[in-house]
Design a protein around this ligand. Structure first.
Ligand SMILES: C[S@@+](CC[C@H](N)C(=O)[O-])C[C@H]1O[C@@H](n2cnc3c(N)ncnc32)[C@H](O)[C@@H]1O
Length: 262
């Protein structure tokens, strides 16, 4: 069944949003709104989500882990991308068959499990989580879903690694994890205020493959207007693809260094 994905009116929406977000009052409102969202994300109890999934899923079965997360989300606040955006993510992972994937913002491992179950043989996921407790819980759920981490599998199939640090630290240490291989897919789901600086750092480090897909979550609310402005102003380097409920696909046509950003 094909997904209902909004694509055509996206550029005008981005332009209007960018203009709206430029006024000082809107910037203040956006900061307040983003602060409220961050607080509400903190309220999403990582330990209780983890405990529920851990005790109710069938261990070793990724699909059961995902369904258990989805069931939990029907009665509790949740920070993960959920089943609808998850299906959109699945479509992109299946289409791109990426060998190197970076996820910024692991949380409890929901999107990590979705990605890992569809990676081609020898595909690797590096997922980054700032909060140490959350990183531990996320890693445990990924293991419960049946995936092994890199050390255990000696760089073989479907391996993953959770890095407990900020997105900026992870990006600067990325070459030591991926070697010369560029990233084929990046999921930014950590902090929309950092999306642009992290994209620029990835470009500066030549860390993106020549036609890497960058997926940004919460692209419209609270939104990452600076990143959207940056990519829409550079149609030769980026094309904004589809978006579903704020999960937006951006294809980078070049893995080269960023153009000047003021
Ligand atoms: C919305 S949740 C991620 C959900 C996850 N991608 C999923 O769908 O299952 C955002 C996560 O990003 C983490 N985070 C926030 N800022 C970060 C940063 N600068 N670097 C790394 N992780 C960060 C938060 O601690 C939180 O766990």
């Amino acid at each position: 069944m094909s997904l209902l994905v909004f694509s055509v009116p996206l550029l005008p929406v981005v332009a209007v949003m960018t203009a709206l977000f430029r006024s000082p009052l809107s910037a203040l409102c956006r900061q307040v709104y983003s602060g409220i969202l961050k607080l509400s994300h903190r309220k999403v109890c990582v330990s209780s989500t983890h405990a529920y999934v851990f005790s109710n899923c069938t261990h070793g079965q990724a699909q059961s882990v995902l369904l258990t997360f989805d069931l939990y989300s029907t009665t509790h606040a949740s920070s993960n991308i959920g089943p609808q955006k998850g299906a959109f993510l699945d479509e992109i992972v299946t289409r791109e068959a990426p060998l190197r994937v970076l996820e910024l913002g692991t949380h409890c491992g929901y999107a990590s499990v979705r990605i890992l179950r569809l990676l081609p043989p020898s595909g690797k996921l590096l997922t980054v989580e700032l909060d140490p407790l959350t990183a531990d819980r996320g890693e445990e759920i990924i293991l419960v879903a049946g995936f092994k981490n890199q050390q255990v599998l000696h760089h073989r199939f479907h391996s993953f690694q959770v890095l407990t640090c900020s997105s900026a630290e992870a990006i600067s240490s990325l070459p030591s994890h991926t070697g010369n291989d560029g990233l084929d897919l990046v999921l930014m789901d950590h902090d929309p205020e950092l999306y642009l600086q992290d994209l620029l750092a990835l470009q500066r480090g030549n860390l993106l493959s020549t036609s890497c897909v960058v997926l940004i979550n919460r692209a419209l609310t609270p939104g990452a207007p600076d990143l959207l402005e940056y990519v829409t102003a550079r149609p030769q380097s980026f094309s904004v693809g589809r978006q579903l409920h704020g999960l937006m696909e951006i294809r980078c046509h070049t893995g080269m260094s960023p153009q000047t950003h003021n």
